[in-house]
Design a protein around this ligand. Structure first.
Ligand SMILES: Nc1nc2c(c(=O)[nH]1)N[C@H]1C(S)=C(S)[C@@H](COP(=O)(O)OP(=O)(O)OC[C@H]3O[C@@H](n4cnc5c(N)ncnc54)[C@H](O)[C@@H]3O)O[C@H]1N2
Ligand code: MOO
Length: 325
């Protein structure tokens, strides 16, 4: 790299984007990489502290920060994402759709352990909207060894895709509400409206809502009827706790081909159940869902509606940060 005093730099091109920051007013690029320096630029360059500019002489095996960021983006980017042009050395990935962000966290750790490369994302399993920035990446030095980028590309290939967005599907959902006090009409049902409100954030298709008592056989019959109607998700509400007439977990368990979890390390919502009957996810939703704004249910609903499979191991890992309130 050759260093040249800015007063002698008229007619040369900038080697990288230049940034101005005025706290509370502005932060951003004021000169683009490759900008042809003119006489009138000199005061502005001096104002942002650039007494010298650099002339780059890249050697074979070296990459400019922008080319490194573009290659990184290409390597980590999966479905429903677009990459921005680099600015200030950084490339941003934006979601093209409303969907569920999926990050391969192990690959992300490996990428950021190479050194001199930064790949930064929003949390995996976040719900993202069209145009949302979901990841940003850059090289740390202006000139970086191409070897490091090749290493990143190899890691990304092994775990492809490192970053992607899954679209929500229009899933058919059946709702089964348990509880003698609701079935007998002693109290007004609050679960139906609450669950429909949560589903309305996505494009679910509610097949119906059956209100049954506390009998295991009635709960199971209602679940089976929804499955026969082609339900892709079944939500059972209430009766999830420890009373003798809390029969929902037992009813689901007997029909299930797999119980992923009953009792989750998340408060509120700890008495939730997630099971599969064939390929169909079946939830047991505890009473807290009608009382609390955010519960364990909110962590899983978007994943299920994006067709994402949830493992028991992942549920156990939610203990860290699982005290939501
Ligand atoms: N000794 C223990 N007590 C509690 C435990 C426990 O493990 N040991 N767990 C707590 C947790 S966590 C929850 S959540 C609640 C309730 O869990 P359930 O899912 O069993 O809820 P229910 O017993 O069916 O009902 C509780 C409450 O909510 C009303 N409810 C239920 N369904 C409806 C509905 N569709 N519409 C309106 N209101 C409804 C019901 O009438 C009760 O008042 O237990 C903790 N306690
Ligand atoms: O299952 Mo309860 O929902 O933790 O409050």
């Amino acid at each position: 790299m050759r260093e040249i005093h800015v007063r002698d730099a008229v007619g040369l091109r900038l080697a990288h984007d230049l940034t101005r920051i005025v706290p509370g007013e502005f932060k951003g690029r004021i000169f683009r990489k490759g900008h042809l320096i003119r006489e009138e630029d000199i005061p502005t360059l001096l104002d942002i502290g650039k007494e010298h500019i650099y002339v780059l002489e890249l050697q074979p095996g070296q990459l400019h920060e922008e080319d490194a960021a573009i290659r990184l983006a290409g390597a980590v980017m999966g479905s429903h994402l677009t990459a921005t042009e680099p600015s200030e050395g950084k490339v941003v990935l934006k979601s093209e759709i409303k969907g569920l962000l999926k990050i391969d966290k192990e690959a992300l750790l490996m990428l950021n352990s190479i050194g001199d490369l930064l790949v930064v994302t929003k949390k995996s399993d976040s719900v993202v909207q069209p145009g949302d920035a979901v990841a940003a990446m850059k090289a740390v030095p202006l000139i970086i060894s191409e070897q490091k980028v090749v290493q990143a590309e190899t890691i990304a290939r092994m775990s492809a895709p490192v970053i992607s967005v899954l679209p929500f599907r229009t899933m058919k959902v059946g709702i089964v509400t348990t509880g003698s006090e609701v079935a007998s009409g002693r109290i007004e049902d609050k679960f139906g409206p609450r669950v429909r409100e949560k589903l309305s954030l996505y494009q679910a298709d509610v097949l119906g809502h059956k209100i049954v008592g506390d009998k295991k056989e009635d709960i199971q019959a209602a679940i089976r009827e929804f499955l026969d109607q082609g339900a892709e998700v079944v939500l059972c509400t209430g009766g999830m706790s420890v009373d003798p007439d809390d029969r929902t977990p037992g009813a689901i368990r007997e029909l299930a081909t797999e119980v992923v979890a009953y009792g989750m390390p998340i408060f509120p919502g700890s008495m939730m159940m997630l099971a599969y009957i064939g390929g169909v996810p079946v939830f047991g939703l505890p009473g807290a869902v009608i009382y609390e704004e955010v519960t364990a249910f909110d962590l899983f609903l978007p994943r299920i509606l994006a067709g994402d499979k949830v493992s028991g191991q992942e549920i156990a890992e939610l203990a860290h940060g699982g005290l939501l309130k």
